[in-house]
Design a protein around this ligand. Structure first.
Ligand SMILES: Cc1ncc(COP(=O)(O)O)c(C=O)c1O
Length: 379
């Protein structure tokens, strides 16, 4: 029997602890483990970079939530991304990335991996024909985010999986904005799911982490080899915090979606707003695909300020309950100016973000309070 999503979020990988019956997995804050004889580790664990029981609990839970064979937990989303790229690509290989990718992903590909011989093209991944046109004989990865950060673009996961596989490439889906509750890319044909668990999975803005999930046991083995060899692992306390956050993922995501819908309705009517980006809107170019591949449309909302960049900056500065800060996906609402904050690393590149854009991570507070705060900031 397969349990429902919320049951898996609470129980997968977390049976009561064998020795004491503790219902919460202990934080195994240890670097090493006793061996009964040379080469005979007592519990199977040897050293916590290679494996740690608290990290294993998180990894098993993540695999269960995404329907994967294996999940691996990292010190950050970027450590997960770096490990993945160096596992599946070598010098002279090529990756396709979104032309509105998260700025850190762009920076990793264009300013780090490129120095080691990785070639890349940035294309609008919402347009499968544009992705197909960018594929080269040495394309190893088609990398998409959906929804994208910060423009909330949507990529058709099933269509791009077919395209990738026709060219013997992998489809990698950064599903950070959706979380496993709203979207399950492996079931749609993706090869690897990437998460910044810092965001909705952790959910409380108190831990940085990342994850890779795959349904392919061979690829999982190669990723696990690189996770240990490269060492960017999640520490036990970080893994424990992330697991604790995951238990309430489903109820939090539904409230994030409810509140985002209220905020979108408010922004649509406001004269200081020139346009609202939200995949739940029927006129959003990715709406149909999003409706087919997502449970709901998420808690992230971006909008263009009618007064251009100065107005966008001023709105961010004036917000109060919406805290002016980078990151997203926590219980508290955040506001930011992507062009000058999260996506500053893409300035001057083809991935530069419009200056009039404001990004909201709509939290789970009382919706009326959020709207009142935005009304004040927009005035
Ligand atoms: C979509 C997306 N992917 C990856 C990352 C990187 O994750 P981390 O900050 O945990 O390294 C972020 C961070 O904001 C993100 O928004």
């Amino acid at each position: 029997m397969t349990y429902g999503f919320d049951t898996r979020a609470i129980h997968a990988g977390q049976p009561p602890e064998a020795q004491t019956g503790a219902v919460v997995p202990p934080i195994f804050q240890t670097s090493t483990y006793a061996q009964d004889a040379v080469g005979s580790p007592r519990s199977g664990y040897e050293y916590s970079r290679s494996a740690n029981p608290t990290r294993d609990a998180l990894q098993d839970c993540l695999a269960a939530l995404e329907g994967g064979a294996r999940a691996l937990a990292f010190a950050s989303g970027m450590a997960a991304e770096d490990t993945l790229l160096r596992t599946v690509c070598g010098p002279g290989d090529h990756v396709v990335i979104p032309d509105d990718a998260y700025g850190g992903t762009y920076r990793l590909v264009a300013r780090v991996a490129q120095r080691w011989g990785l070639e890349w093209s940035a294309v609008p991944v919402g347009d499968p024909a544009a992705v197909a046109a960018a594929v080269r004989p040495r394309t190893r990865v088609i990398w998409v985010e959906t929804p994208t950060n910060p423009l909330l673009g949507i990529a058709d996961i099933a269509a791009l999986a077919t395209l990738a596989h026709e060219h013997s490439a992998l489809l990698v889906v950064d599903s950070t904005f959706a979380s496993p509750y709203l979207q399950q890319p492996l079931a749609l044909g993706a090869d690897v799911v990437v998460h910044s668990t810092t965001k909705y999975l952790g959910g409380h803005s108190d831990v940085v982490g990342g994850a890779l999930v795959t349904a392919d046991p061979d690829l999982a083995e190669r990723l696990e080899f690189h996770q240990n060899a490269m060492g960017g692992v999640s520490g036990p306390f970080d893994a424990w915090l992330t697991l604790r956050g995951i238990k309430t993922l489903g109820v939090r995501m539904d409230r994030h979606c409810d509140n985002a819908e209220r905020v979108v309705d408010f922004l649509l009517e406001h004269p200081a707003v020139a346009g609202v980006l939200y995949p739940g809107l029927p006129d959003h170019p990715g709406h149909k695909v999003a409706a087919a591949q997502m449970r709901r449309f998420g808690g992230m909302v971006s909008f263009h300020a009618a007064g251009g960049e100065p107005a966008a900056v001023e709105i961010c500065n004036r917000a109060g309950l919406f805290v002016l800060a980078e990151s997203l996906g926590g219980v508290e609402s955040l506001i930011e100016h992507p062009g000058r904050m999260t996506h500053a690393s893409a300035a001057g590149s083809p991935l530069e973000v419009p200056g009039d854009l404001v990004r909201l991570s709509v939290g789970i507070e009382t919706a009326d309070d959020l709207i009142e705060d935005l009304d004040r900031a927009l005035r």
